[in-house]
Design a protein around this ligand. Structure first.
Ligand code: XIL
Length: 375
């Protein structure tokens, strides 16, 4: 919980101010840099996660970069229940409304994230014990938020992270109080509230066979109930030294065979070693202790590492292009390295280099390798 609160605070106050080069961002002339959204225009949408500062357009250099590079965006935090629905009968739509305007003005498709998730829930949910109250929250929340943005956002991550690694359902408050059909019910309510919005299931590690089988079961169950699901989001929080290419390819094939869009929704490749004994997991409560050995690039990110990162992204994008008929969007979980949640997850206070733009908003080798793929 401590991590959650503090990282949320960082998200609320804007970019992370950690490690090297985090002081002032230099202004870069974005027009001289090629555009990813243009390069991949005929293939799939290129998205980014946006934090509060970016949604409020506080930094003009960052703002022009975002507009120039991305055709899709997902709010990193502000549409999560904890923020958009802080009290039982109070909603806070200010920043989400701003994001919708920003998207409209700049032809950036917004994926709202997320309606039903066990993390970053409002505080009042902690005190709710009765199944009836959870049901009432569930119905009110989905109906109120999804209907407000129907046709204004392009898509919703309706349910996020409902699965355990072995493909069984996570023992969340929703499973406990509403039973295993809650996922179908969430989609049913979302379909009613947002008939003009695409509806997705989103999770991490669902490229891994067991968890993937769980996701396939979820999708089949929703469809069997006659309820709409348009796509599945594979989050894509991986390590640059261990990109699961074969499993990603199998997943694209298996999910597409179900007749849903496949998306990579939170892509980042950590450049730092995993803490010992910890499996790769994006579960935000699964954290580890700091030590210097797992924070090697505080001063610089050497060429050899730049190359590895570039190769990781390049291999992935070659695959995405091979399946461009099935892959509708690839979204990076952040614009630049200073913003990335991986500076504080799973270990607080590290200097990660997981994205395409560095702390000065300059494109890295990985960026050019993705541009070059399209030349
Ligand atoms: C992360 C945000 O990036 C952080 O700012 C926040 O403190 C915690 O959540 N899976 C998801 C995202 O679906 O919502 C999470 O985002 C990362 C893992």
């Amino acid at each position: 919980m401590k991590l959650l609160t503090s990282s949320l605070l960082l998200a609320v106050t804007g970019s992370l101010i950690i490690g090297c080069n985090a002081s002032k961002k230099t202004t870069s002339t974005t027009s001289s840099i090629p555009s990813l959204r243009d390069a991949y225009k005929k293939d799939f949408l290129i998205g980014t996660a946006l934090n509060n500062s970016q949604i409020e357009q506080r930094d003009s250099a960052a703002n022009s970069l975002i507009i120039h590079q991305f055709s899709a965006a997902t709010p990193e935090n502000i549409m999560k229940a904890q923020i958009i629905h802080p009290e039982w009968d109070r909603y806070n739509f200010d920043l989400a409304d701003k994001l919708v305007d920003f998207g409209k003005k700049n032809d950036i498709k917004i994926t709202a994230h997320t309606l039903i998730w066990h993390s970053q829930l409002p505080n009042f949910m902690r005190n709710i014990k009765s199944a009836d109250s959870v049901k009432m929250y569930f119905e009110n929340h989905i109906t109120t938020v999804a209907s407000r943005y129907d046709g204004k956002v392009y898509s919703w991550d309706v349910v996020n992270e409902a699965l355990n690694e072995d493909g069984t359902l996570r023992n969340s408050i929703f499973l406990q109080k509403l039973g295993p059909d809650y996922i179908v019910e969430a989609f049913r309510l979302a379909q009613k509230a947002a008939p003009n919005t695409k509806l997705y299931y989103n999770d991490y590690n669902i490229e891994q066979p067991k968890k993937r089988a769980g996701a396939i079961e979820i999708i089949k169950k929703i469809k069997a109930a006659g309820v709409r699901i348009d796509g599945v989001g594979i989050q894509g929080h991986w390590n640059m030294n261990d990109v699961p290419l074969d499993k990603v390819e199998e997943s694209i094939k298996e999910f597409s065979a179900l007749g849903v869009e496949v998306m990579f929704t939170e892509l980042d490749l950590s450049a730092l070693p995993n803490p010992r004994g910890r499996n790769n997991s994006a579960d935000i409560s699964n954290t580890a202790a700091y030590n210097e050995a797992i924070n090697p690039y505080t001063k610089e990110f050497p060429d050899s590492a730049q190359q590895k990162l570039a190769k990781g992204y390049e291999d992935l994008f070659k695959l995405f292009l091979k399946y461009k008929k099935n892959v509708s969007r690839v979204t990076f979980w952040g614009v630049d390295d200073a913003q990335s949640w991986l500076n504080d997850f799973p270990v607080r206070g590290r200097t990660n280099h997981a994205l395409l733009f560095d702390r000065k908003l300059q494109p890295k080798q990985a960026f050019y390798s993705l541009i070059n793929l399209k030349k």
